[in-house]
Design a protein around this ligand. Sequence first.
Ligand code: C2E
Ligand code: MG
Ligand code: MG
Ligand code: MG
Length: 291
Amino acid sequence: RAKADGRNCARPFDRKLETQALKRLEIDRAVLGRSPMDAIEILLQPQIAIGASDRQRRFEVLARWRDEDGAIIMPSDFIPAAERNGLIGSVTAAVLRQSIRLLREQLERDDEGVRLGINVSAADLEARGFARRLLEDLHAADVPPDLIEIEITESLLLRMTPSVKTSLNILDRGGVTLSLDDFGTGFSSMVYLRELPISNLKIDRGFIRGIEAPRDRNLVAGMIAMAHSIGKEVIAEGIETPRQLELLKELGCDWGQGYLWSRPVPPEEALQQKGGWTDGSGQAISGAGQM
Ligand code: C2E
Ligand code: MG
Ligand code: MG
Ligand code: MG
C-alpha cells in the first residue's frame, strides 16, 4: 500500500521507518568494517563511596566505537549491531584486554589498585570458556580477580540458561565480583537474587531521576532495604544533582555514580583524579575524599 502511494508521497511514518532502517544498515556496515580490537576505546566513570565504609577506588568501564573517519558510535547503537552480527565476543574481548592492561599499569603505579566494572552481554556468558578464559587472562597478567566486577543486566536474566549460570558460578568462585545492572527495569525475580552469586545491585537511573517524588523515593528505599537485608551493596546510577545525592545518603545507599561527579572520561583523566570530588556547591562530598 505504501508503494502505491508512490515515492514522493511517502507518509512521515514511512520515512521514519526508512531512516531507522538506513541508520541500522550504516551502523552494521561500520561495525563489520573494522576490527573491534582497533575500534573499541574505553572510558571510565568513577563510582563514589557515599555510605560504604570501603574506600576502594572504583570505576565503570564504558565502551565507545571509533569509526575509521574518527566519529564515535555510542553503545546503544553498536552493541546491538555487534550482537546481531556475531561480533559481541570480540567487542567484549577488546574491552577486557584494555581493562586488564589498565589494571596492570595501575598496580605498578600504586599497589592499592583500582576496581573496574565491565558490562557483558548474554552471548558472552553463553559462550563456552568465557569465564575460564577471563580468569586465565587475569592470572597471566597477575591481576587479582577481585579487581574486576562483571555487570549483568536484569534483561540478561531472561536468558538464564544453564551455561550462563555455569559462567556466573565460575566467575564467582574465581573471585570476580558480580553486579546486577539496571535494577528495577527488567525481570527482577527474587529467585535469581537468591540463587545467583550477585554482590551488588545497581539501581537504574530512571528511579534516581524521579527520587524527589515520594513514589520513586519509596521504591528506592524499598530496593535498598531489600538489598541490604540479603547482604548486597547498592550503587545508584545517574546521580546528577546534589539533592538526589542527599536523598540517597539519607536512604543509606552505599555507592553513587553519575554526571554530578563526572561523565565517562578517558582512563588517564579518570585515574589522575585522586580526590576532591565535589557536589557542585564547592563542598567536598564526605566519603568521596579518598577517590
Ligand atoms: P549501563 O551499564 O547502565 O551504563 C550507564 C550508562 O549511563 C552509560 O551510558 C553512562 O554514560 C550513562 N550515565 C552515567 N551517569 C549518568 C548521568 O548522571 N546521567 C545520564 N543521563 N547518564 C549517565 P553509555 O556509556 O552510553 O552506555 C549505555 C549502555 O551500553 C550501558 O548501560 C551498557 O548497558 C552498555 N554498554 C556500555 N559499554 C559496554 C560494553 O563494553 N559492553 C556491553 N556489553 N555493553 C556496554
Ligand atoms: Mg553497567
Ligand atoms: Mg545501568
Ligand atoms: Mg543502562
